[in-house]
Structures are given as structure tokens and as C-alpha cells.
Design a binder for this molecule. Structure first.
Ligand SMILES: [Fe+2]
Length: 291
């Protein structure tokens, strides 16, 4: 029996009574996905599954994305990323904190991510939260004339486009070979959700750098203004992980930012999460989306 309860914050929910190791039935998946689309964040509590069971669950949400930073892919499991501070490559401060800025996963791809999930395997006593921002609430709070003005505009996106701005940590640069796989791409500034059709301001942090048909300075000012509006505490939920949590967020309706973390230096300081990002819509909605 699954129960869905609100999280302690402005939005989001937690699911109890799910066991990924045993598999998630279509009915249970429908309950979980409807909870995600309604609440933007869904934390599935108390999991003890292995990588294969986790990937099976990930594939119920869409097609796993192999990250453009190929060195971050997990050996033997290229659809998984190890996030945190324990991997050798994460001993570098910028690599360890490469998600510590407001962004939307894969907004630099033509075919964007529709959900991301992090499965907490090791959590530090202090810090290590993921900050998640409700873009729907932020969009709905914009003045009607602003919403009207930006709906129909197209933003350009590029990996690392606004790296290091607004006091955020810079994003490690892609190699030339990696960058060749992610040329600049356009996305609507106000984008409909692939399942619910809800329209929301999309990916205004991290990758948006230009707006088609608008002078560069004006576009930059608009992007900065919209981001500043979104990044307000009243729209943000900070998730403090417990081991066994799988935090899932709807990347079409949120932005997120990792809390910067130091290198591990003793008990209670290690952070390790397995990440899956997917594109497309869950199989159970695919037929409706295609119609
Ligand atoms: Fe991310």
C-alpha cells in the first residue's frame, strides 16, 4: 500500500510503501507519477535496491540519458552517474560541486530531460542538500503582462552559458569533443509539460543566454530578471537526504541546485548518490502524448 504525504516545505511529497527491489506495478507507477506531476518533487523513501532494479525503475519514467560529461558515467552502468564527494574525480572542488548552481538538467540538449532522480547511498551529517525550485509557482506569480510578453519567446541554451554568474560556482568546461555533442539549442521560454500540458517558465538558469529576435543586452537583462524572480526562498524546497531516499524532480517544472560540499574527512562526511535523468514520457502516458 503506497501512501503519499506532503514534504516539510513549500511543495513536494514523499512516498512510503514502495519497494523497487520487488518492482513497481503499473498501478503503483501511475500513483507515483501523478504525485510527481502534481507536487513537482517526489521522495521515495526507504529503498535498498541494487543498480539494476534502480535502472528498471528509471526506465519506467523515460529513456535514461548518458551524460555529455562521459567521464562522469558509472563504469559498467553508463546510464548512471555517481554524484557526491567520494569518487576520485570528485576530489577536485569544481568537479565535486559541478551542480552547485541553478539549472535544469539537459536543458542544453535538443531533447531535454523530463525527470531526474537521485538515490542516496551515503549521506553526510551536515549539508549535502539538493535545493529544488518550483518554477510553476514562480511563473504563476509573475504579473499577467509579463507572462503574456514572454510566452511565445524562444531562448537559446548552451552548456555552461552563464557559468560563474550571480556568485555561483563555475561549471567545469567541456572538452572540445564533448562540446561538439551539445551545440546551442533553442527552447520555448514558456514550455508546455509533455504529460500535463501545463505551461511554465523553462530553464532560466545555467544554460539560457539569448532570446531570438531580441537585442543581446535586452535578452540578458530579461533572463537575469526572470531568474532573480524565481530564486526566492518561498519557491524553494531543500531536501536533506536520508540513506535510501530516491528524490525525483520534474525537470520541466523545476530548477535545482546542489549545496556545495567539501571533500570527505572522516565519519559522517561522505556523500554518494546515484543519478538517473530520463527524456521522453513514461510508457504509460506515451500513447496519449503521441496522439
Ligand atoms: Fe542537476
Amino acid at each position: 500500500m503506497i501512501s503519499i504525504e506532503p514534504l516539510d516545505g513549500p511543495f513536494g511529497c514523499a512516498a512510503h510503501g514502495v519497494d523497487l527491489a520487488a518492482g513497481v506495478t503499473v498501478d503503483h507507477f501511475r500513483t507515483l507519477s501523478q504525485a510527481l506531476y502534481r507536487h513537482r518533487v517526489l521522495v521515495v523513501k526507504g529503498q535498498t535496491c541494487d543498480k539494476d532494479a534502480y535502472l528498471r525503475f528509471g526506465r519506467q519514467w523515460g529513456v535514461p540519458i548518458q551524460h555529455v560529461v562521459d567521464t562522469a558515467r558509472m563504469p559498467g552502468y553508463p546510464d548512471l552517474l555517481e554524484v557526491g564527494n567520494v569518487a576520485k574525480r570528485r576530489q577536485d572542488q569544481l568537479t565535486r560541486n559541478s551542480a552547485a548552481f541553478w539549472h535544469t538538467d539537459q536543458s542544453y540538449d535538443a531533447d531535454v530531460a523530463t525527470a531526474t532522480m537521485l538515490y542516496a547511498r551515503k549521506v553526510p551529517d551536515q549539508g549535502g542538500e539538493t535545493r529544488i525550485l518550483d518554477m510553476k509557482a514562480a511563473f504563476d506569480d509573475l504579473d499577467a503582462d509579463v507572462r503574456h510578453r514572454i510566452d511565445g519567446l524562444t531562448a537559446m541554451h548552451f552548456y555552461g552559458a552563464t557559468s560563474g554568474r550571480d556568485g555561483e560556482l563555475p561549471t567545469p568546461k567541456l572538452t572540445d569533443a564533448q562540446a561538439a555533442n551539445v551545440p546551442p539549442v533553442p527552447h520555448p521560454l514558456v514550455r508546455p509539460h509533455a504529460v500535463t500540458g501545463e505551461r511554465v517558465l523553462y530553464a532560466i538558469g545555467g544554460t539560457a543566454f539569448d532570446i531570438e529576435g531580441m537585442p543581446a543586452e535586452e535578452a540578458d537583462a530579461l533572463i537575469r530578471k526572470l531568474k532573480a524572480h524565481c530564486v526566492q526562498d518561498r519557491y524553494i524546497y531543500d531536501h536533506k537526504y536520508e540513506v535510501g531516499d530516491i528524490a525525483i524532480w520534474d525537470t520541466q517544472m523545476t530548477m535545482h541546485s546542489a549545496t556545495p560540499i567539501g571533500a570527505p574527512n572522516g565519519p559522517g562526511t561522505e556523500r554518494l548518490l546515484w543519478r538517473i535523468s530520463v527524456r521522453g514520457v513514461p510508457g504509460i502516458y506515451a500513447q496519449a502524448a503521441a496522439a
